[in-house]
Design a protein around this ligand. Structure first.
Ligand code: PMP
Length: 337
């Protein structure tokens, strides 16, 4: 009964257990303060639950647009950035999408789900993209997906390499899910490049992974096309209320980002040569320490393929990071490093 193509997908790996510290999903360690939750509940009390939300999410697109100084026509919202990726792989003319492994798995996941071939242009030694190589492959591509900062390596991509890809005129999706931790973004390029799509999310810097809302910033033509194929109403009244309220308090999130960046650098220094530089809220670490940490109640992401023997650790609260640092000191002793 079930199609073979569907059976070929692996079930999601669910990690359950009484672990103390979860540093495996690049979430924010900070929940919303009680007062903001109250503000959201007040907002929801004024919202009718029996009515569908706006069919193209206009109110929340306007709020996000205002926040970045863009018209709502340049903003699309989705149930997490993930939902938007599922549309972006299908939106543009071309024979395949281009990805740059090791990178976020959902670009190829949704391409595969939609029967779209994937051409891979691997990252270089230092995990940067090769703009010339990608530009060559982009000629017949529908879209190129570049994560900057990249997950799981943590680095921003060099502007001059991204520009080489943009100059091809093919659609380029730059996934900026972690950009608030980097201090540099490509927002300023949107005017100049109508083929650029910036993919963002409220899941990381805004600490709203549970609310499931992400957004894309792009030309009116691209956003209009996206809304022709997007499932209506996917961003619900709860997610919309959450965004409305958090955007009233940008200072709080800026402060939290500063704290996470400070902690990231502290954790990185403690790991010395083992950790790669990062522009995100996580670190790539050259240490086969996944099971060792799990035995001590700390969950991190185990990597495979080219990054076999590496882990990805999310920056948590100070005390969580302290526990991770202490466990890694122990691991280094045991491993003789
Ligand atoms: N892009 C990247 C690079 C990510 O790491 C993630 C989340 N892990 C996303 C997009 C999507 O996040 P969400 O669906 O929570 O918005």
């Amino acid at each position: 009964m079930i199609r073979d193509e569907v059976k070929a997908f692996k079930p999601y790996r669910v990690i359950e257990g009484n672990y103390r510290i979860w540093l495996d999903k690049n979430e924010s360690p900070y929940d919303l303060p009680e007062e903001l939750k109250e503000e959201i509940f007040e907002e929801l009390k004024r919202t009718p639950f029996n009515r569908y939300p706006h069919i193209t999410s206009m109110p929340v697109r306007e709020e996000i647009g205002d926040f970045y100084g863009l018209p709502a026509e340049n903003v699309a919202v989705g149930k997490g950035g993930d939902e938007l990726i599922n549309y972006l792989v299908r939106l543009f003319e071309g024979d395949y999408i281009v990805t740059t492994p090791p990178t976020f798995g959902m670009y190829s996941f949704y391409a595969r789900l939609n029967g779209i071939p994937v051409v891979e242009v691997p990252l270089g030694e230092d995990f940067t993209i090769d703009g010339d190589l990608i530009a060559e492959k982009a000629k017949k591509a529908s879209a190129v997906f570049i994560a900057s900062p990249n997950n799981p390596t943590g680095n921003l991509q060099p502007l001059e390499e991204v520009l080489k890809v943009l100059e091809t005129g093919r659609a380029v999706v730059v996934d900026e899910a972690y950009v608030e931790f980097a201090g540099k973004d490509l927002l300023g390029l949107l005017d100049e490049y109508p083929n650029l799509v910036l993919l963002r999310t409220f899941s990381k810097a805004f600490g709203l992974a549970g609310a499931r809302i992400g957004y894309a910033l792009a030309s009116e033509e691209i956003i209009d096309a996206l809304y022709r194929i997007k499932s209506p109403f996917s961003v619900d009244i709860f997610a919309q209320a959450v965004v409305k309220v958090v955007l009233r308090h940008p200072g709080l999130f800026r402060e939290r980002v500063r704290e996470i960046v400070k902690e990231r650098e502290r954790v990185r220094r403690s790991l010395g040569e083992l950790a790669y530089p990062s522009d995100a809220n996580f670190l790539l670490v050259k240490a086969d320490a996944h099971s060792f940490l799990l035995e001590r109640g700390i969950v991190v992401r185990k990597l495979s393929g080219r990054l076999k023997g590496h882990i990805r650790v999310t920056i948590g609260r100070r005390e969580e990071n302290d526990a991770f640092i202490a466990a890694m000191e122990e691991w280094k002793d045991v491993a003789g490093i």
